[in-house]
Write a protein that binds this ligand. Structure first.
Ligand code: PEP
Ligand code: MN
Length: 349
């Protein structure tokens, strides 16, 4: 439930409400808005028998949250969550572009790609060092070396970096390098990993599982929020359907749904969402038209030589064209593309 405090309620009122809730076994989360303070309380309401919260000093109202997720819900936090990553606002008024190769393959490859995507207008560099591959025989990533190369690319370009963390035991090392931790689609319901990643306090991009309903996906986000980490970015990357022509079916309807049900930013991955480079530009435009806060795009200098996901990767030239076309779509929705990073000193881990 949500306890809304009156405008001008005293600090002491808040303390008493928190004390009362804790005494009855509730976990509490405070959101201080510009007008009012609200307390999200998760626990068993039937235990609040003696003093009704409504009767306490400074309390304006008590609103039950009927959805199974609480902290992620719009009722809990009506304003959009905006996440700041090295000076780039995700979930704000501008559309953010993350781009880079599926996998970090070598120092030269990530450097070359980072420079090219930055020149084209990308705000954040992606690249996998620990790779979740469907086959154990496929390239598994450069692991820590890959993280080091990503950090070098950040140093060179000033672009913050996002990279996947696959296992709980690697959370520490990945968090030492990354500006945003990516939880891959296959790990969306790896609750131990979600908790550990949340505990780093880093922003987390949470990919939708290939077979996850929207509610399951939001509940996975709730695992991160309940650990006290409010920096969750949802990422739609396609779901498994009967269609086989595309790798997945990109569920763009999840954008307005996530926006309606939650306060979290949502970005779209049309590369994994379709598996086909030809679909990436049209689906990126569609995503921005639907209200996505950004896109994450796979770009490789030579897709035919890529060690993973070459068939869904754009060349830097095609990516450049996509960014130009996206600008017009962003403007049509009353937004703009986020201005590219220019100041290296803004980025820090
Ligand atoms: C990736 O981003 O390279 C990746 C493996 O994505 P997903 O988890 O969406 O399959
Ligand atoms: Mn990939």
């Amino acid at each position: 439930m949500i306890v809304v405090l009156q405008k001008g309620a005293k600090e002491e009122d808040l303390t008493n409400v928190l004390k009362h809730l804790k005494m009855h076994g509730f976990a509490t989360h405070i959101v201080r808005g510009t007008e009012k303070t609200i307390v999200g309380a998760v626990g068993d309401k039937s235990r609040l028998v003696n003093i009704p919260l409504e009767a306490m000093s400074g309390v304006e109202s008590v609103i039950p949250i009927l959805a199974p997720y609480k902290l992620a819900s719009r009722e809990f936090k009506p304003e959009d969550t905006v996440i700041n990553v090295g000076g780039i606002a995700i979930g704000g008024k501008d559309v953010v572009i993350m781009a880079g190769p599926c996998s970090v393959e070598s120092k030269e490859q990530i450097m070359e790609t980072a420079i090219l995507v930055k020149e084209a207008g990308a705000n954040i560099l992606r690249g996998g060092a620990f790779k979740p591959r469907s086959s154990p025989y496929s390239f598994q990533g450069l692991k820590e070396k890959g993280l080091e190369y990503l950090a070098l690319a950040r140093e060179k370009t000033g672009l913050p970096i996002i990279t996947e963390v696959m296992e709980s035991e690697n959370v520490g090392i990945v968090a030492d390098y990354a500006d945003i931790l990516q939880i891959g689609a296959r790990n969306m319901q790896n609750f131990t990993l979600l908790r550990k990643a949340a505990a780093t306090g880093k922003p987390i991009l949470l990919k939708r599982g290939p077979s996850a309903t929207i509610e399951e996906w939001i509940l996975a986000a709730e695992y991160i929020l309940v650990e006290g980490n409010q920096q969750v970015i949802m990422c739609e990357r396609g779901i498994r359907t009967f269609e086989t022509y595309t790798r997945n079916t990109l569920d763009l309807s999840s954008i307005p749904v996530i926006k309606h049900l939650t306060h979290l930013p949502i970005i779209v991955d049309p590369s994994h969402g379709t598996g086909k480079w030809r679909c990436v530009t049209p689906m990126s435009k569609a995503a921005v038209a639907c209200g996505a806060d950004g896109v994450i795009i796979e770009v490789h200098p030579r897709p035919s030589e890529a060690l993973s996901d070459g068939s869904q990767s754009l060349t830097p030239e095609k990516f450049n064209k996509l960014v130009n076309e996206l600008e017009a779509v962003a403007q049509a929705t009353g937004k703009a593309l986020s201005t590219p990073v220019t100041d290296n000193s803004k980025v820090g881990v």
